[in-house]
Design a protein around this ligand. Structure first.
Ligand code: AMP
Length: 597
């Protein structure tokens, strides 16, 4: 297929407002690209319509900056056009495609020009595959003089372009295609063009992460070919994502919820094969022993292996079979306690001085999912099965007990809100972010942000409540006050406040009790703070003078006969002490009422 044809079609697609018509046009473009070259052009076109030169799974880029592209355009545009002129025009027009299309190309001599000067400004003889071969050559240029070589190659291409061709070439090179073709469009178009079910295309896309390859296979081998596509160890999969959600909703939606700690780190996907993982080799993946047994990818499928030697060592020590694991890498201090997310970032994309950075901040991986184990793809298995496999894979080599498997994120299965609260408190106590709620029956959906994984929603609006009571703890917490009774001011208290009188116990109405979100260390601190205010004790229960204000989060405010305010907080959690506030400044029943509404 000529590149001019591609450019023509791209222009028509860009001008088309209707989604269905866009799918039809992309489908026709793919069909017409099937011109007996084993699907090579189809493969390239399926990527180009989305503005991609390389498959989504590879970290490879053209490695050419905008200014090099402007320079190539300027050179192809003629001796009287400078890179600055191109930039000026860009500032005026705002879009590189329009800028490139505004020049008359062709006829410029120089290294890399293909001597096609009689074709000045006409374009028309450049094929899609020639463009692709040249861009790949450009991407591969490395070392001294490579930037010049890249500009030369690109100049050679622009020099052979018509206006429309130049427009789409410039956009492709700068990853700004923007003709309204999204991933769903190409998926549907592949189905339509090659008469294969869209679900089969979607599945093949999930495992391969390459629209080009899927289009070629659909053309060549149809549905059977697509169904035979599998995950490959070494080729990253898009990460499944989470939505915000509440415990209330999770327990309503599912019989039992899967509950895990939420680690505050950076997402990693670990690919390991003791016989060597597949690596990117131009158009395909090949297993290259010398490339090592492990690859680590970021959430965006960037290869971050070299920055994280601890993860590679972990894989060598713990994995005896090929596997793809999904998890989080967390920065830790000398005793292994987690450090804030910012610390991980210091390590994550580091290219130089990795050993030194490792001395400053150590990292540790924790895995919560298993996408592939020993030749078997698990994407379509329920979470419980995948997690069992994860545990087995991690234990196999080490023979550790289930509750102390290194690098395993534990998955609790429960329908008991109190137990979920306990898990949440333990997570916070261990220095983690909170909890994730997962549908135990759900499959792994790459790239999807759905309801099957929910991160517990941060509290929307917190309340400031007066602590009016507490209970002495039990066991190791016997010397700590806990389970704090929370109250808000009654509705008349505003008047009294203006009159300058203090809040008395009778001016307060209870709204609930908070016992979660508090670490042992914090309990000790709170006990010290509250003990001087104990008004009376009855067994384990104490009454407190109104003195201390807690900031409390919650999932919901419900009407309730249990508490004197007439409201109750659902899943109240301790956020902090408002030492800057007196009971007079606490929230009132009126605010509860408004928030409830
Ligand atoms: P967020 O980044 O706030 O959208 O939260 C989702 C992210 O939490 C995921 O992409 C993971 O990187 C991270 N995460 C931490 N712990 C877990 C876990 N147990 N399960 C799934 N994701 C987790």
């Amino acid at each position: 297929m000529e590149f001019a044809t591609f450019a023509d079609r791209a222009a028509a697609i860009e001008a088309e407002p209707a989604d269905l018509e866009i799918v039809a046009r992309v489908a026709t473009l793919l069909e017409d690209a099937a011109d007996g070259d084993g699907g090579r052009t189809v493969e390239v076109v399926a990527r180009y319509v989305q503005g991609r030169v390389f498959p989504a799974w590879t970290s490879r880029t053209l490695d050419i900056g905008p200014s090099a592209c402007y320079e190539a355009i300027a050179r192809a545009a003629g001796t009287n056009v400078s890179t600055d002129d191109v930039e000026d025009r860009l500032a005026e027009v705002g879009e590189i495609g329009d800028v490139a299309a505004s020049y008359d190309f062709g006829g410029q001599r120089g290294l890399g020009a293909f001597g096609n000067s009689d074709n000045a400004n006409g374009g028309g003889d450049l094929t899609v595959l020639e463009v692709d071969d040249t861009l790949r050559e450009l991407a591969a240029a490395e070392g001294a003089g490579s930037q010049d070589r890249k500009v030369d190659l690109l100049f050679g291409l622009f020099n052979r372009c018509s206006s429309d061709e130049a427009r789409y070439l410039a956009r492709l090179v700068l990853s700004e295609m923007r003709i309204g073709v999204g991933e769903g469009t190409v998926r549907d178009a592949i189905g339509e063009a090659f008469d294969v079910p869209v679900e089969a295309v979607a599945r093949a896309l999930q495992v391969s992460n390459d629209y080009g390859e899927v289009a070629r296979v659909a053309l060549g081998d149809g549905r059977e070919g697509l169904d035979a596509m599998e995950l490959e160890v070494g080729r990253p999969v898009q990460a499944m994502l989470a939505q915000a959600g509440t415990v209330t909703d999770a327990l309503e939606d599912w019989d039992e919820a899967g509950v895990e700690w939420k680690y505050d780190g950076a997402r990693v996907q670990l690919h390991h094969d003791p016989d060597g993982v597949a690596v990117d080799d131009a158009d395909a993946t090949v297993v290259d022993d010398s490339a090592g047994d492990t690859r680590v990818f970021s959430r965006n499928m960037e290869d971050v292996t070299d920055a994280l030697p601890e993860v590679v060592e972990f894989a060598d020590d713990h994995l005896a079979e090929p596997a793809i694991l999904d998890g989080e890498v967390v920065a830790i201090d000398d005793d292994g306690s987690p450090l804030p997310f910012q610390e991980v970032l210091k390590r994550f994309r580091r290219k130089h001085d990795v050993a030194k950075a490792r001395e400053d901040v150590a990292v540790r991986p924790v895995f919560f999912d298993c996408l592939h184990a020993d030749g078997e793809d698990l994407l379509e298995e329920p979470l419980t099965t995948r997690h069992d496999r994860l545990e087995a894979v991690l234990r196999e080599e080490s023979g550790q007990e289930p509750d102390e498997v290194e690098g395993l994120s534990l998955l609790w299965r429960t329908d008991d809100p109190d137990e979920i609260e306990r898990i949440d408190t333990d997570a916070l106590e261990a220095g983690h972010e909170g909890i994730m709620l997962k549908d135990l029956d759900s499959t792994y959906s790459p790239g999807r942000r759905g309801k099957n994984w929910r991160k517990r929603k941060p509290d929307v609006e917190t309340l400031d409540c007066v602590v009016t009571g507490a209970e002495w703890g039990e066991g190791r917490r016997a010397t700590y006050l806990g389970t704090f009774e929370l109250s808000v001011r009654d509705d008349d208290s505003e008047e009294r406040r203006s009159a300058g009188s203090a809040v008395e116990p009778q001016n307060l109405e209870t709204v609930g009790k908070v016992a979660t979100g508090i670490t042992d260390e914090k309990l000790a601190e709170l006990t010290e703070l509250l003990e001087p205010h104990v008004a009376s004790e009855d067994g384990q229960t104490v009454e407190l003078e109104p003195a201390v204000v807690f900031e409390v989060g919650y999932e919901e405010i419900q009407t309730s006969p249990t508490y004197s305010s007439g409201y109750a907080l659902r899943f109240p959690r301790f956020v902090g002490v408002r030492s800057d506030k007196d009971p007079e400044d606490a929230d009132s029943v009126g605010r509860l009422e408004r928030l409830h509404e």
